[in-house]
Design a protein around this ligand. Sequence first.
Ligand code: ZN
Length: 315
Amino acid sequence: MKNRIYLFIAISVFLSAGFSNAQIKDAVEKISAADFKKHITYLASDALLGRAVPSPAADTAAAYIARAFKSYGLKPVNGSYYQTVPIKMGKIEGKFNNVVGFLEGTDPEKKKEVLIIGGHYDHVGPFKNTKFGQDSIYNGADDNASGTVGVMELAKAFGTLNPGTKRSILFIAFGGEERGLVGSSFYCKNPLYPIENTVAMLNMDMISRNDPDLVYIVASKKSPDLTKINEKENEKIGMKLDYGQDMFIGASDHAPFLSKGIPSLFFFTGVNKVLHTPKDEADTVDFNKAERIARLVFYNANFIANDSNRYQFVK
Ligand SMILES: [Zn+2]
């Protein structure tokens, strides 16, 4: 009888773990190179004029992301998928939106804690370019349609999980990164969920160029626990992790979160010779690499959002 009970328990544990692993596998496989291609090709098309903020073209990009969040089952925050951000810098004056989508956690206590998954959707728009001799559109396919689609693909994947994760997840496509981290700085000054309950931030900016197996992990020294989680989760993906690019620690939207003491990692594939030129176009980025990095970030996020630990931040 005892043996039977143990056998029953063993089978139950196996089945429940098996079910959940199958769900995770299904979810992660929703993150696809084909969808990276579809969305990057649109966001980095000439029609969107390089998505500089503030501009109607950037607003069109934001609306596209918001529609995607809604279709994946993410909830608006305070009734909106937008957090409106004012901007005034010399002649540039107006407003733009951070795009936000929320998945509430399933654990009655842990759902108060929030993981943020972010990437900026804006780029630098068209302007006179002496190198190319003409007015040109800076398409920003790698920078950062790639990371924007990373956020969208993770939103889609997590949106399929039922039940969802224990902790809540807030997805943010930031605007104004190229103007000096304007959208992410605004978020950190006007957070939609309390900063003290924000357990981690994962940022994707430029995830689709250079060596197909290499990803730079920036801010690892400030976020040692997250770094360990990433190394473990990367066993499922097999990227080469490189910690040698911390000179970019202040260069993207994780930086204001680090300033608030939130453990954060920045996933980045490095500078390249088409960065901030009209040649950063969709037909030259590596969709398969973007898929692999987004899947790696998904595994990290899934671990963090089901964990009960808080993570070390090194000042
Ligand atoms: Zn960028």
